[in-house]
Design a protein around this ligand. Structure first.
Ligand code: HXC
Length: 257
């Protein structure tokens, strides 16, 4: 059913998606993830949306994949469901996604936040990859993305012990972009999204793609890719407008063309 597990709100060019299973701390079951992925894909193709904020509630961004949904599964069940392969579609969203995190951000919840492009956390947020404590390991990119953010030696300790860590530590290890008072975590994330949404949508998307390229390719390939994307932006009206506005000492008005 649409709009059951994901609530959508629009504020100007920003779409705010809220995970909505509060009774179970937003545990990420398959129907919720399916709804999240289809909502992202629909709005990624909507030109009125320039930037996303993904959030939960004050108590939890998400406390992980739904343990009850998978507790009895066999290896064949997991392989057949192949639920985690669908998460790849979030990686393909072209517009920036800011995770606005409060409360628990654990396991698959932390991995979902790491699928986003920035993480704004309330100071009381609790992060962690506690899968090791229930006999498994992160399965939606945690072993890879936490290491890329925090480096091997911090990631290893966090993943092998499964201990929770707070927002200050998330900031220190490079996981959180920004830590703010708990009562304004969403407001601050939306303000950041609004700032990004004012820029040329094409340039913003190219910038996201180019930054992500660095994590998947050798430096020389990434530099080449960046250069070509830079040149390509000279085919947009927004580049002409942006540079003309600078020369004429006025604010640019970008049209996404
Ligand atoms: C299913 C969950 C859940 C989860 C919480 N709940 N986390 N249900 N899956 N991941 C449910 C509880 O069963 C409970 O429902 C309700 O939410 C409230 O949780 P409590 O435990 O009563 O709350 P509290 O005492 O405040 O403890 C909060 C908590 C704890 C510390 C976050 O809930 C917890 O440890 N949760 C599991 C965290 C975890 O291990 N996450 C990783 C999951 S594995 P009832 O009905 O009992 O009241 C994973 C794999 C990722 O994410 C793989 C790729 C996606």
């Amino acid at each position: 059913m649409a709009d059951q597990f994901i609530l959508t709100k629009h504020e100007g060019h920003v779409a705010i998606l809220t995970l909505n299973r509060p009774d179970v701390l937003n545990a990420l079951n398959i129907p919720l993830m399916d709804e999240l992925i289809t909502t992202f894909e629909k709005l990624d193709n909507d030109p009125s949306v320039h930037c996303f904020v993904l959030t939960g509630n004050a108590k939890a961004f998400a406390a992980g994949a739904d343990i009850k949904e998978m507790a009895e599964a066999s290896v064949v069940d997991m392989y057949e469901r192949n639920n985690l392969a669908r998460w790849e579609r979030i990686k393909k969203v072209r517009k920036p996604i800011i995770a606005a995190v409060s409360g628990f951000c654990l396991g698959g919840g932390c991995e979902l936040a790491m699928h986003c492009d920035m993480i704004v956390a309330g100071e009381g947020a609790q992060f962690g990859q506690p899968e090791i404590n229930i006999g498994v390991i992160p399965g939606a990119g945690g072993t890879q993305r936490l290491g890329k953010a925090a480096g091997k030696f911090r990631a290893m300790e966090l993943i092998l012990t499964g201990r929770f860590f707070n927002a200050a530590e998330a900031l220190e290890i490079g996981l959180a972009t920004k830590v703010v008072p708990d009562d304004v975590y969403l407001e601050e994330a939306v303000a950041l999204a609004q700032k990004i949404a004012k820029n040329s949508p094409m340039a913003v998307r190219f910038a996201k793609e180019a930054v992500l390229k660095a994590f998947e390719s050798p430096l020389s390939e990434g530099l080449d890719y960046e250069r070509k994307m830079f040149y390509m932006l000279f085919g947009t009206e927004d580049q002409k407008e942006g540079m003309a506005a600078f020369v004429e000492k006025r604010k640019p008005e970008f049209k996404g063309k």
